[in-house]
Design a binder for this molecule. Structure first.
Ligand SMILES: Cc1cc2nc3c(=O)[nH]c(=O)nc-3n(C[C@H](O)[C@H](O)[C@H](O)COP(=O)(O)OP(=O)(O)OC[C@H]3O[C@@H](n4cnc5c(N)ncnc54)[C@H](O)[C@@H]3O)c2cc1C
Length: 416
């Protein structure tokens, strides 16, 4: 059973179903749904989406190739060529709305015979040895719109559970095991909240991905499908409070938009005549960091395993790659051969592969994020970029933007 049909959960379901496993995928929301996300797909993600069977459909719908990267901080806008991916079928990334990407993956899973429970929420997972008992609550949304959806409770027994529930809400309770997420920590001024909105008729150049740096936060903009521009950003709790205080009574999204326009002339200029598309969405507080490291209970993929600061726009790539890494370990034997001791070994091997693939990138993302949130501190860095814009391309390269995936294509060939 796979919990959550985001990129991590849906791609794991696809890989296991492709190898002949019987899979149930449980998603709490009705699709298509919007999501707070910058919606950039790295070139490496496009290669993985090919392997998952949705690559062509994604490229056909997505926005233009991202061929330049920018840095917008205060009055500076610096642009450099995006580093091309040296190997693999795609040289540059693109952007596609999460309503479309996640639906394509879900429908691919369905076409491969995955049983999909939606809308349904996994409430609790009880594990013992290599067996899981899961409590799932389904909602019947066909009742009258004014009536609350009828809820039914289901018990599902699975030999393996994979948790791809993301990281922005409380996951299922793990019973007789470590909790899926630690207790929510106390509110801190440094807590980060994610926001996203869409615009049409913006003058943002097609194929440019500018990173926005402003006091207390960072963000990015991109032209996605149908010339829709996505603006996504993260902002600290204290900065959010301040910008809301400047426009009393305004919704948080409107206050942030005004703050971005005021603090970043580059944003003001490209949104000057733009029309709002979808309204502002928010999530938070975000929980950047590594959570993987368990040796029992459900396997974690995507943000549930670990979350990089979104500044580097690698979350979907990491979610997809983590599914491939886990599926590679699981498919080394038939499902019936996974007893309690093999289970532990798979946890360990997958955890090691995960850290090897992502730990450094996450540290770098945190360093970039902290710099970007302090434009006063990154003055010298901006001066360097203004003089030598290719340093920006180098920074994108360090963040893994032109790296091909950590897993070889068609890894499941020959799987039992
Ligand atoms: C502001 C911002 C900008 C970003 N920009 C980018 C970007 O440009 N490029 C990029 O690659 N990444 C970006 N990211 C990161 C990216 O959005 C995430 O890393 C990615 O969504 C993680 O995928 P996932 O499958 O792990 O989780 P999610 O996409 O969060 O999916 C989890 C799914 O699980 C479901 N679920 C949760 N709990 C349950 C339950 N109990 N039962 C059933 N279903 C459940 C949820 O409804 C959801 O559909 C950004 C993030 C933020 C905050």
């Amino acid at each position: 059973m796979v919990i959550g049909a985001g990129p991590a959960g849906a791609s794991t379901a696809i890989l296991l179903a492709q190898a002949g496993w019987r899979v149930i995928l449980v998603e709490q929301q009705v699709y298509p749904r919007q999501k707070v996300c910058g919606e950039c797909l790295a070139a490496g993600s496009l290669a993985l989406l090919d392997d998952l069977g949705v690559g062509r459909a994604v490229v056909a719908r997505a926005g233009p190739e991202l061929r330049s990267v920018g840095w917008m901080s205060r009055s500076s806008t610096i642009v450099a060529d995006f580093p091309a991916c040296a190997d693999g079928p795609h040289r540059f990334g693109r952007a596609l709305g999460r309503d479309q990407l996640d639906t394509l993956l879900l429908e691919r899973a369905r076409a491969l015979g995955v049983d999909i429970l939606q809308p349904a929420k996994v409430r609790a997972v009880r594990s013992s040895a290599a067996r899981f008992d899961c409590e799932v609550e389904t909602s019947d949304t066909r009742s009258a719109p004014s009536a609350p959806p009828a809820r039914t409770s289901l018990d599902i027994r699975a030999s393996i559970v994979i948790d791809g529930h993301g990281s922005w809400e409380t996951g299922p309770a793990y019973i007789e095991d470590e909790p899926a997420q630690g207790a929510r920590s106390a509110r801190r001024s440094s807590d980060l909240f994610g926001f996203k909105a869409s615009f049409y008729q913006s003058t943002l150049p097609r194929g440019l991905l500018p990173v926005l740096s402003f006091t207390g936060g960072y963000g990015g903009m991109v032209v996605a499908e149908d010339d829709r521009v996505t603006l996504a950003c993260c902002i600290r709790r204290d900065a959010l409070r301040e910008c809301r205080a400047r426009i009393p009574g305004a919704p948080a999204g409107a206050a942030i938009e005004q703050y971005l326009r005021d603090s970043c002339p580059g944003v003001r200029s490209v949104l000057d005549r733009a029309q709002h598309g979808r309204c502002w969405l928010s999530v938070g507080p975000l929980r950047a960091g590594i959570r993987i490291g368990r040796t029992r209970g459900p396997f974690l993929v995507g943000n549930a395993a670990g979350e990089a600061h979104p500044l580097i726009g690698e979350g979907i790539n990491m979610a997809l790659q983590s599914s491939f890494l886990l599926a590679r370990e699981l498919l080394k034997q038939p499902v019936a051969a996974i007893d309690a001791s093999r289970f532990r070994e798979i946890h360990q091997d997958y955890g090691a592969a995960w850290r090897n693939a992502f730990a450094n990138r996450m540290r770098l993302a945190a360093a970039y994020a902290h710099l970007a949130m302090r434009p006063a501190l990154c003055g010298p860095a901006t001066a360097v970029l203004r003089r030598w814009p290719p340093v920006l391309a180098r920074a994108a390269r360090w963040a893994g933007k032109n790296r091909s995936p950590a897993v070889p294509n068609s890894f499941c060939e020959g799987a039992p």
